[in-house]
Design a protein around this ligand. Structure first.
Ligand code: BDP
Length: 659
């Protein structure tokens, strides 16, 4: 039980049983064939018929219906992909031991494109990957095909993921060289029967770096021609290629601004090269410069003036929050602020800032917090989910998650990190699902449907994200992590001459009086980027949710919070609560011993020990450090620190090769 089977722990139907039922399907293509094969191998509850029904809406994106008719179950869909998703739905019902009499299910995906973004490098490393090396063996491809490629595609299809970006957004130009495209084609061929399209991250300077052109100016006709030829070459190999993901003029990556052109001009040049083939451009809005302006405001300032200037096959890909995948951020105010532009959310499934693959942090509540956030920008569809599902070009709706998958046997490093892959897929399919229903499904499929296991563990999962916020960065604190590895705490972090917007002090602003980032009109005024009434709500310290307090306000240590205690005391209790929660998780986990195989039980048990130690490390580091400013005592009933601040400051982890 090494976790390699993920949530796909179906048991094969024995031949004599299989002979007693039929799986009928007249559709003849590789995707439908896959649906039939899965049901033939694993479905043990009667006859099934799969039919394409052209009247079925949502054809493009894989919707389906499942109905019980007399003694059989009928899956109907507008496309073969829909049949495949219907087949996985049935198998899920079987895993959950659901009654299949009288089924009348209709499913339509929330988003047309449900994508994983791999941050995998061509040398086999993964930028922010914590589950071993990259899954893609570039040096072996296309000759040698690892069986894991197929398993990976199957796992994605089982939760409805239908698009993958294979390589890092910090993209090597090499990915577009002809031999690499041959490797990409090999992967695309494996993924196709699972309904998955391949996309690539591209380096904006490819024409110069790979094509030896003078420059990569999007207005240079030779550059335009280069991209057109490249697009034709790609589509010659991969007729259903999805398109490009682009990180431009961000963190040192090249882009159109190098030539005085805008993001829209750069994106549109690529978009027109892909247009004849119906390809898409996902253009990232993750841009910020070391300027006097609050980093949290910069993407909005850069992109809002470009609204209406992007081609119809461009989607602007926006991180959930305005900074960078922190344990908690308010939603990015760009959502809803560009009504004439397609927007998509980018979540991080890999836990760069949430304890890597060591901490059990179930991310569905974080994803939901953003998706459900009310932006107040439109009369209709004003949540982030609504805005990204109902853009100006509805066929383009998309959502992306930065993958947490690597070459480890259990794919994600931590057995429970698999739940984040699963939950991302399920929410991309249906953004209205609840975090707890997804947790229950996943636990049932991955471990067992026994309620004595599912109930306590789903509670644990639901609490785990708030626990991480508590022991890392409660009350709106953010960016307190160590510069080098992003794993542990370093609120004191500083580097003479380093970029201020990479330093924790830039964000926490602690001194003897107060702590926090003033983003009201007396400070950076980032609140103004939110639509009324949110703007006023965030701007007023009395109405700002306390979970975002230090995000929007610089608050005196002695400030009285809603519970009557001082800010300092609240900070202390929050950190302690995080520690207590993790210790409680350990107890809950021990209580399911025997209900789970020993191998996975021990694996998770020992990861929880690491998490408990790390929670204490975070608490001590942050409280002892902030105490040097607040100069207030720890509340008398609080557990005492077990570290010296000076010792914590000396910890130099080399986690670059933490894998
Ligand atoms: C940050 C990561 C960095 C990525 C960057 C991005 O630390 O490795 O390259 O985001 O999203 O979170 O481009």
């Amino acid at each position: 039980e090494d976790g390699s089977q993920l949530w796909l722990r179906y048991t094969r139907v024995p031949a004599n049983e299989a002979a007693l039922r039929t799986v009928a399907c007249r559709v003849n293509d590789p995707v439908a064939y896959m649906a039939v094969e899965e049901l033939q191998h694993y479905w043990r509850r009667g006859d099934v018929t799969l039919v394409i029904d052209k009247s079925w809406s949502g054809q493009q994106t894989g919707g389906y219906a499942i109905q019980s008719r007399r003694n059989k179950t009928v899956i109907s869909a507008g496309s073969s992909a829909g049949l495949l998703y219907g087949a996985y739905h049935l198998l899920r019902l079987q895993q959950l031991q659901t009654d299949i009499q009288g089924l009348n299910i209709v499913e339509k995906p929330s988003y047309a494109l449900r994508m994983l973004n791999h941050w995998d490098n061509l040398d086999g490393t993964v930028e922010r990957g914590y589950a071993g090396h990259s899954l893609w063996k570039w040096s072996e491809l296309p000759q040698k095909i690892s069986p894991r490629y197929r398993e990976y595609a199957r796992a994605n299809a089982s939760v409805g993921i239908n698009a993958v970006v294979l390589n890092n957004v910090n993209a090597a130009p090499l990915i577009l060289r002809s031999d690499y495209l041959g490797k990409v084609k090999a992967l695309a061929d494996i993924f196709r029967p699972y309904g998955i399209k391949v996309f690539l991250s591209i380096n904006f300077s490819s024409p110069k770096l790979l094509g030896q052109l003078r420059d990569s100016d999007p207005f240079n006709p030779e550059v335009v021609k280069w991209w057109e030829k490249k697009a034709a070459e790609i589509y010659g190999l991969i007729p259903d290629f999805g398109g490009f993901l682009v990180k431009a003029n961000s963190e040192g990556q090249p882009g159109p601004q190098d030539y005085g052109r805008t993001h829209a001009e750069g994106a549109n040049m690529l978009a027109s090269a892909l247009k004849p083939f119906r390809g898409l451009v996902m253009w990232r809005a993750f841009v910020y410069n070391p300027s006097a302006e609050d980093r949290a405001k910069q993407a909005y300032q850069e992109f809002v003036p470009l609204d209406g200037k992007f081609s119809d096959n461009v989607i602007v890909q926006i991180k959930n929050g305005p900074i960078d995948f922190q344990p908690r951020e308010p939603f990015n105010p760009l959502f809803g602020a560009m009504p004439k532009t397609n927007q998509m959310v980018e979540f991080q499934i890999t836990q760069e800032y949430l304890g890597f693959s060591n901490h059990l942090v179930y991310l569905a509540p974080l994803f939901k917090e953003t998706l459900d956030a009310q932006t107040y920008t439109r009369p209709l569809h004003a949540t982030v989910a609504g805005i990204t599902q109902h853009g100006p070009y509805p066929q383009l709706s998309a959502i992306a998650g930065v993958a947490n998958i690597g070459a480890d046997r259990n794919w994600c490093g931590h057995h429970f990190a698999q739940a984040n892959w699963y939950a991302f897929g399920r929410l991309a399919w249906n953004a209205a699902l609840s975090s707890s229903s997804i947790a229950k499904e996943w636990l049932s499929a991955t471990f067992s449907p026994d309620p004595d296991l599912v109930d306590p563990l789903s509670d644990l999962m639901i609490a785990s994200r708030e626990a991480a916020v508590n022991y890392m960065m409660p009350l709106g604190l953010h960016h307190l992590f160590a510069f080098e590895h992003h794993y542990g705490p370093e609120p004191w972090g500083d580097m003479p001459g380093g970029r201020p917007d990479w330093m924790p002090w830039y964000y926490h602003n602690a001194d003897s009086i107060a702590v926090g980032f003033d983003r009201t009109s007396s400070g950076s005024n980032a609140v103004a980027q939110y639509h009324s009434p949110l703007r006023e709500q965030f701007a007023n310290i009395a109405t700002c949710p306390e979970s975002y307090l230090l995000w929007f306000h610089r608050v005196p240590w002695t400030y009285r919070m809603k519970n009557g205690r001082s800010l300092w005391d609240n900070l202390c209790y929050s950190y302690q609560q995080g520690v207590d929660q993790v210790r409680h998780f350990q107890q809950v986990w021990d209580s399911v011993e025997g209900k789970i195989d020993a191998q996975r039980f021990k694996g998770v048990q020992s990861k929880l020990k690491v998490q408990a130690r790390d929670a204490v490390w975070w608490r001590d580091a942050c409280l002892l450090y902030f105490q040097t400013f607040a100069k207030m005592p720890l509340p008398a009933d609080l557990e005492r620190p077990v570290h010296e601040l000076d010792d914590l400051k000396k910890i130099k982890l080399n986690l670059k090769h933490h894998n």
